[in-house]
Design a protein around this ligand. Structure first.
Ligand code: AMP
Length: 273
């Protein structure tokens, strides 16, 4: 596995490669969720590039940028074992300069849900993803469904900027107790982790109601809020796959999203129906 930190060196390395390239952007502290993305990229491409970059522009003032988990050596081993060909490991100064051209998240879809509680977050995400995609020029790029709004906005960016990459969504990987894997789960105390299990439970209740043909979104939200009640709920939403509000679940075109704060930790989860 080659480790490269300079964007131009990476571009040079990939320049004449006449092979399909699968790209998995991450912020490190890798877990089975990231590994699922890498495995999928390996299945579908001849060369796999992973990036590890804790992107400062997607953190708001006062968020956990400084203490975001860092596991550089373990991450390198995981990538090597997973068969990654190139690990892109830049510093912030390799990616950003002063007074830059910027891309902005859309005014509506970038400022609802997580974008409402973290205004500007998705502009930072799109800014770095645009840069990373331009550096790697992959055939396909892999993103987790866990970050459903991020996935949706990246899809919009690629479409609206006529970019030549296929965005591949990958299913959520969960721990055996049902909690969606996240690099931030290590912030949770034992007690908080137990509380956090209300999140997958609320989604399970939603899917059970839908299984009984209760498809009215207000009823589903009410039942979910009852399960989540003691937690600090940022939002519970039932949307179609274009992220528009719907009155009734349309199976095959619905996503149910939850964001809660447990202790000080922001946790996201969702199901796609
Ligand atoms: P992060 O390092 O948290 O920025 O995540 C990098 C990529 O891994 C993103 O596309 C995430 O959506 C994806 N990801 C994170 N956790 C999971 C998970 N539990 N299952 C599937 N994909 C995930």
């Amino acid at each position: 596995m080659k480790i490269i930190s300079n964007p131009l060196a990476l571009k040079e390395h990939l320049k004449d490669i006449d092979k399909t390239v699968g790209f998995v952007p991450t912020m490190g502290a890798l877990h089975e969720g990231h590994i699922a993305l890498i495995k999928r990229a390996k299945e579908e491409n001849e060369v796999v590039v992973v990036s590890i970059f804790v992107n400062p522009t997607q953190f708001l003032a006062g968020e956990d940028l400084e203490k975001y988990p860092k596991k550089d050596e373990a991450d390198k081993k995981i990538c090597k074992l997973a068969g990654v060909d190139v690990l892109f490991f830049p510093n912030a100064s390799d990616i950003y300069t002063q007074d830059e051209v910027k891309i902005c998240a859309p005014n509506v879809r970038g400022y609802v849900l997580e974008g409402a509680t973290r205004p500007g977050h998705f502009s930072g995400v799109l800014r770095v993803v645009m840069k990373l995609l331009n550096i790697v020029s992959p055939t396909r790029a892999y993103f987790g469904k866990k970050d459903a709004q991020q996935l949706n906005l990246i899809g919009l960016m690629v479409k609206q900027f006529f970019m030549s990459v296929e965005i591949v969504p990958v299913d959520i990987v969960r721990d055996s107790d049902g909690l969606a894997l996240s690099s931030r789960n290590i912030y949770l105390s034992n007690e908080e982790r137990k509380e956090a299990l209300k999140i997958p439970k609320s989604l399970y209740i939603a899917s059970q109601l839908i299984g009984k043909n209760i498809v009215h979104t207000q009823k589903i939200k009410k039942a979910m809020l009852e399960v989540l009640a003691p937690l600090s709920i940022e939002y519970v939403e039932v949307l179609n796959r274009d992220f528009e509000v719907i009155k009734e679940v349309e199976v095959g075109n619905t996503v149910i999203l939850v964001e809660v704060i447990v202790g000080k930790t922001r946790l996201l989860d969702n199901i796609w129906l």
